[in-house]
Design a protein around this ligand. Structure first.
Ligand code: MN
Length: 229
C-alpha cells in the first residue's frame, strides 16, 4: 500500500435500494424528535410548535433486510414508524421554498428505540445515542424517487404488529413539514446528497418482542415488513 493509501480497508459505502433499480448511497442519518402532536403528548412533551430538535443515527444503522435483531442489552424496544426523506443535494440555510428541490425520494422507515435506555438517558441528562443509534436500528424500505410519487404531504402513516394496528396517523399531522425540517436542519449542519432524514412518528409507539412481524405503511410511498428476530 502506498504512503498515501488507506492503512486499513475502507468501510463499505452504505446504500439503500431504490424502487425501480439502483442504490442510494447514504452519508448521514438525521432524525427529528416529537414531530406529531399526539406522540409528543404520549411522551410527556409539549405538542406546540416549539423549535424542532434533532438527533442522529449512523448510516449503517439503516437496514433494508426486512429483519430486526432485537438488541440483547435492551429491556424495552419500541417501534416508531416514520417517513424517511433522502436528499439528492443539500447546503446551508436552505430556504423553505427551495427545500423540496433537494429531495431525491422517500421511504418507509422505523426508528427502533431502546425506550428503557432512552428513559434513563433523559433522566440522567445523557445523550440518546445508545438508545437510538444501535446496529440495524432503522429498518427501511426502498427509496421511491420523488420523480415517481411527488412530495407526499398527507396520507395515512401506520404500523401494525402481528396484524394489530398500533400506530395510525397522517403525514398532514406533522408539526414541522418536510420543507421546514430541511430548512431548519440546514441552519445547523451542512446537508448534502446522501443524507437521510427521519421525520418523526405518530402516536401509538410501543414494544415489540422476538418473533413478531411489524408492518409499516405510508400512503403514496409504500410498505415495509420487518420480522423481529
Ligand atoms: Mn423517532
Amino acid at each position: 500500500m502506498s504512503e498515501m493509501g488507506y492503512v486499513i480497508a475502507p468501510p463499505p459505502v452504505v446504500a439503500v435500494p431504490v424502487a425501480g433499480g439502483g442504490l442510494f448511497p447514504v452519508r448521514r442519518v438525521y432524525c427529528i424528535g416529537r414531530n406529531y402532536a399526539a406522540h409528543a403528548l404520549e411522551m410527556g412533551g409539549d405538542p406546540s410548535r416549539e423549535p424542532p430538535f434533532f438527533f442522529q443515527k449512523n448510516p449503517d444503522d439503516l437496514d433494508p433486510s426486512g429483519s430486526f435483531p432485537y438488541p440483547k442489552h435492551a429491556q424495552t424496544v419500541h417501534h416508531e414508524v416514520e417517513l424517511a426523506v433522502a436528499l439528492a443535494r443539500g447546503g446551508n440555510d436552505i430556504p423553505v421554498e427551495q427545500a423540496l428541490s433537494c429531495v431525491f425520494g422517500y421511504a418507509v422507515a422505523i426508528d427502533m428505540t431502546c425506550r428503557d435506555l432512552q428513559d434513563e438517558a433523559k433522566r440522567l441528562g445523557r445523550p440518546w445515542e445508545i438508545a437510538k443509534a444501535f446496529p440495524r436500528s432503522a429498518p427501511i424500505g426502498p427509496i421511491v424517487p420523488a420523480s415517481r410519487i411527488g412530495h407526499p404531504s398527507k396520507g395515512a402513516i401506520t404500523l401494525a404488529v402481528d396484524g394489530m394496528l398500533k400506530q395510525s396517523g397522517d403525514l398532514a399531522q406533522m408539526i414541522w413539514k418536510v420543507p421546514e425540517i430541511i430548512a431548519v436542519l440546514s441552519r445547523y449542519v451542512t446537508l448534502a446528497g446522501g443524507d437521510v432524514i427521519l421525520t418523526g412518528t405518530p402516536s401509538g409507539v410501543g414494544p415489540v418482542v422476538r418473533g413478531q412481524i411489524m408492518e409499516a405503511a405510508i400512503e403514496g410511498v409504500g410498505r415495509l415488513r420487518v420480522e423481529v428476530v
